[in-house]
Ligand binder design. Structure first.
Ligand SMILES: NC(=O)c1ccc[n+]([C@@H]2O[C@H](COP(=O)([O-])OP(=O)(O)OC[C@H]3O[C@@H](n4cnc5c(N)ncnc54)[C@H](O)[C@@H]3O)[C@@H](O)[C@H]2O)c1
Length: 266
C-alpha cells in the first residue's frame, strides 16, 4: 500500500516543513526524490538526512516563481533519472497581514509564490509527466498544497485565502484539462488544517499580535479549533500526499483531500 517504488518525484519547497517530510516519506516508500527550494543550506541538510537513512535524494535550487528554474529542474530530473512521475507543488508562503494593511508588493510576492509557482510547475512538468503517465496504469500525479483557507474564508489572512482558493480550483481545472487532452496525469489537492511547521508558528504569532495575547495562548486557541483535539504535524499531511501520488489513488483526479482534524467539518 502507498508504495512509490521506481517513481521519480519533484517536490517544491522541500527544505523544511511539510515538503521535507513529504520527501522523507516518499523516499521511504521507494521513490527517488528531487527536492527544490530557495533555502540552500536546509535543503542540502534534508537531502543528506534522506540519503543517510538509505533513501535516494537529490537537492536543487528552485525558485518556483521563475519559469527558467522549473525548466532547469525538469531537465535535471530527466537527465539524471530518465523521467518524472510525480510533482508536489508544495512551496508556499503565508502573508499574515489584514487585507487593509497589505501592500501591492505583498500581494505580488504572495501571488508569485502561491499561484504563479503552482501554475508554472504544472505547465513546465506536464510534458514529462504525460510521457511517464502514458506507460503507467494509473498515470502520473500532481499534488498541490492548498489549505483549509482554500475552502473556507480566513479571518487571519484574506489574501492568503484568495491564493489558496485559486489553487483549489486550478487543481480541478488542470485535472479536467489534462484528461481532455488524453494525458494520464492525475491532479489533486491537499487541504491541511493548522500544522506545526515554521508557517504554523507564523500563524500563531499573527494571532497573538492581533489578539494582544502571548503566542502560547494563541496556539491554544488554534488547537481548540480542531475538533480532533490537537494541531497537525507535517507527517499527517505527508502521508496524505504519498497516498495521492501513489497508484492507490488511481481513480482520484480533481479531488480536494481535507486533512484538518475536523476544522472545516463544523
Ligand atoms: N503549516 C500550515 O499550517 C499549513 C496549513 C495549510 C496549508 N499549508 C501549505 O503547505 C505548504 C507547506 O507549508 P509549510 O507549513 O511546510 O511551510 P514552511 O514555511 O515551513 O515551508 C515552506 C517552504 O517553501 C519554501 N518556499 C517559499 N518560497 C519559495 C519559492 N519562491 N521557491 C521555492 N521554495 C519556496 C520555503 O523556503 C520553505 O522551505 C504551503 O503551500 C502552505 O501554504 C500549510
Amino acid at each position: 500500500m502507498n508504495r512509490l517504488d521506481g517513481k521519480v518525484a519533484l517536490i517544491s519547497g522541500a527544505a523544511r516543513g511539510i515538503g521535507a517530510e513529504t520527501a522523507r516519506k516518499m523516499a521511504a516508500a521507494g521513490a527517488t526524490v528531487i527536492i527544490g527550494d530557495v533555502l540552500a543550506d536546509s535543503l542540502r541538510q534534508t537531502a543528506s538526512e534522506i540519503s543517510n537513512a538509505g533513501g535516494k535524494a537529490f537537492a536543487l535550487a528552485l525558485d518556483v516563481t521563475t519559469e527558467a528554474a522549473w525548466a532547469a529542474a525538469v531537465a535535471e530530473a530527466t537527465k539524471q533519472f530518465g523521467k518524472l512521475d510525480i510533482l508536489v507543488n508544495n512551496a508556499g508562503m503565508f502573508l499574515g497581514k489584514d487585507l487593509m494593511d497589505a501592500t501591492m508588493e505583498d500581494w505580488n510576492r504572495l501571488v508569485a509564490v502561491n499561484m504563479t509557482g503552482v501554475w508554472l510547475g504544472t505547465k513546465v512538468c506536464a510534458p514529462a509527466l504525460a510521457e511517464s503517465g502514458s506507460s503507467s496504469r494509473h498515470g502520473s500525479a500532481i499534488v498541490n498544497l492548498s489549505s483549509v483557507a482554500g475552502i473556507v474564508g480566513s479571518q487571519l489572512d484574506s489574501l492568503y485565502s484568495m491564493t489558496k482558493g485559486g489553487v483549489t480550483l486550478f487543481t480541478k481545472s488542470a485535472a479536467l484539462s489534462f484528461a481532455g487532452k488524453g494525458w494520464k496525469i492525475r491532479v489533486n489537492s491537499v487541504h491541511p488544517g493548522v500544522i506545526e511547521t515554521d508557517m504554523g508558528a507564523q500563524t500563531f504569532a499573527v494571532r497573538a499580535a492581533r489578539a494582544g495575547k502571548d503566542v502560547e495562548s494563541a496556539r491554544n486557541v488554534a488547537m481548540k479549533a480542531h475538533p480532533i483535539g490537537r494541531l497537525g504535524v507535517a507527517e499527517d499531511i505527508a502521508l496524505a500526499i504519498v497516498f495521492l501520488a501513489s497508484d492507490d489513488a488511481g481513480f482520484m483526479t480533481g479531488s480536494a483531500m481535507v486533512v484538518d482534524g475536523g476544522l472545516t467539518a463544523q
